[in-house]
Design a protein around this ligand. Structure first.
Ligand SMILES: NC(=O)C1=CN([C@@H]2O[C@H](COP(=O)(O)OP(=O)(O)OC[C@H]3O[C@@H](n4cnc5c(N)ncnc54)[C@H](OP(=O)(O)O)[C@@H]3O)[C@@H](O)[C@H]2O)[C@H](O)CC1
Ligand SMILES: [K+]
Length: 505
């Protein structure tokens, strides 16, 4: 049996975090005690950056995020900082824990319109957190613009105000923070852009909520994760001495004609580098000689002139996984290949041209993938995702990448890897992970072909599809980080052994 994913990697939605809050209160911790600890963690972050005597501007909103700000202001004043506190709202309307926190603040409370951020050394943004429910407007929006223009260090409480904790999206002005202090577990908005960039460094503070309170027996398991090795490391292929190449898995890559011999080769090479025992390119007859003349020698190639020949090639090769898409082409033969690939009883990765072939035929994908008894992984970038699923709810590009990937995974009964600087991996069973490895150096021709090959290579070695996709995205990112700028996609497979050494036990 596979071990459940570690809850330390859980990302909590705003609603789940509210549930965690309630669970902690139900187990005997007072809500105000949580707020005290949250405020203290924020004050500690300010103390690490500044010295007593410095002027700190604390911007408080009308809810509990503001309450955390009032607590931080009180503690910082006691530590000798000179506090200016501004409230977006009426002091008399603060209720519950936030009212209690405000009552503990003895100093003046200014209106946001009067505030000059530039008169301060550090700014605490406790305007809005989990309760943000509309774009910032009026005097608060103007203040946020002034704070961002000041270029002063900003520490945001929970999330930068204006950023959705669930999606990382902004619907108007938002604080650009240097540091964000959040509580108990990260939220998707800390890892999804633009939130990820607006957070600055994310500090996770313990406020007394324990994993046992939130994830204990009888509680629903977390479904959203930060993509870290602990999520999939235990399922990485392990090969015992005495294994042979077929036991390590045989990969096929469906290629097109002479116009695109590079992309499928990048995929096949990556599959070999990640540990598949064999890799074969199945190409059009006119491209066979070209493929045969190119390295690495470990790669094999066979020709298929039509869909039937392609099916026959699949049947004769003792295959364990198939990659279709990189430079496959968009013609009738490509469509036959994609249909045959979906009908074959082989773990399958569909990328690039295969996704375009299926675009406007997502019902075909839903039907065929839904009937498969073996895993299907789709690896679209934003453009391919748009072509495949359209721009209507729930897939509209204005919606959260997490929601879109999840919805697509359920609809197609496939693992969906929605690629980007914050790649989301979603499984049809509802699990999803957000990746944070990699850099802009990976936004280069052929990089996606390599990723497709890594996923296929891991599937061929028997790794479950969600874990294989998560591992592939993480390793691809690490290979990119190791190479840095100047990399070309050809370098990435060669950097995989180094990336693997980071996680292989
Ligand atoms: N969950 C925990 O364990 C803890 C959380 N803490 C902190 O609490 C906040 C969440 O507090 P909450 O009161 O739920 O929400 P906010 O403070 O973010 O928002 C409060 C109200 O603001 C109004 N609102 C929302 N959006 C806007 C806007 N764009 N402009 C103006 N006003 C807005 C809204 O009220 P309305 O009635 O006007 O709709 C919100 O209710 C969490 O982020 C943590 O910082 C803890 O203290 C520790 C424990
Ligand atoms: K905030």
């Amino acid at each position: 049996m596979t071990k459940p994913a570690p809850d330390s990697l859980a990302l909590l939605s705003v609603a789940e975090m509210a549930g965690a809050d309630e669970a902690a209160i139900a187990s005997g911790i007072a809500g105000f005690a949580l707020m005290e600890r949250a405020g203290r963690a924020v004050a500690d972050a300010v103390s690490r950056r500044g010295r007593p005597g410095e002027r700190v501007l604390v911007l408080c909103g009308p809810g509990k995020n503001g309450g955390d700000g009032f607590v931080a202001a009180r503690l910082l004043e006691a530590r000798g900082f000179a506090i200016t506190l501004a409230l977006a709202g009426e002091r008399g309307q603060l209720t519950g824990d936030a009212g209690e926190a405000a009552a503990g603040w003895q100093g003046p409370v200014l209106a946001v319109a009067e505030i000059r951020p530039e008169d301060h050394a550090i700014i605490v943004d406790a305007l809005f957190g989990a309760g943000l429910n509309r774009p910032l407007g009026g005097a608060v929006a103007a203040l946020v613009e002034r704070v961002n223009a000041s270029d002063l260090p900003v520490i945001s409480v929970d999330v930068p105000s204006g950023v959705s904790g669930d999606s990382g999206m902004t619907a108007g002005p938002a604080i650009r923070a240097d540091e964000t202090v959040t509580f108990f577990r990260l939220k998707p908005g800390h890892l999804l852009y633009p939130g990820r960039a607006l957070c600055g460094v994310v500090t996770l503070a313990d406020i007394g909520i324990t994993a046992e309170m939130v994830f204990g027996p009888g509680k629903p398991p977390p479904m959203t994760f930060s993509n870290e090795p602990a999520l999939w490391q235990g399922q990485l292929p392990r090969h015992e001495a005495g294994t042979h190449k077929y036991r390590r898995g045989a990969v096929a890559v469906a290629a097109g004609g002479l116009a695109g011999v590079g992309a499928p080769r990048l995929g096949a090479r990556a599959a070999l580098r990640i540990g598949a025992g064999l890799a074969t390119i199945i190409c059009r007859p006119e491209a066979l000689a070209t493929h045969a003349g190119r390295g690495p020698d470990a790669l094999m190639q066979i020709a298929a002139a039509d869909g039937a020949a392609f099916e026959a090639a699949l049947a004769t090769r003792k295959l364990s996984a198939l990659l279709a898409g990189p430079a496959l082409g968009l013609d009738a033969m490509a469509a036959e290949v994609v249909t045959a690939a979906l009908c074959a009883k082989l773990p399958l990765v569909l990328d690039a041209d295969a996704l375009t072939v299926l675009a406007a035929r997502s019902e075909l994908l839903e039907e065929l993938a839904g009937r498969r008894s073996v895993p299907t992984v789709l690896t679209p970038h934003e453009g391919e995702f748009l072509r495949l699923f359209g721009d209507r709810a729930p897939y509209a590009s204005g919606a959260s990448r997490l929601v879109r990937a999840r919805t697509a995974a359920t609809a197609t009964a496939s693992v969906v890897v929605l690629k980007g600087p914050d790649t989301v991996i979603a499984a049809p069973d509802g699990r999803a992970a957000i990746n944070a490895t990699g850099s802009a150096a990976l936004a280069t021709a052929g990089s996606g072909d390599v990723l497709g090959g890594i996923v296929t290579g891991l599937l061929a070695q028997g790794m479950p599809a969600f874990e294989a996709a998560c591992a592939a995205v993480w390793l691809h990112g690490k290979a990119g980080e190791a190479l840095g700028f100047g990399l070309i996609a050809d370098d990435l497979p060669e950097a995989l052994p180094g990336a693997l050494r980071l996680v292989a036990g």
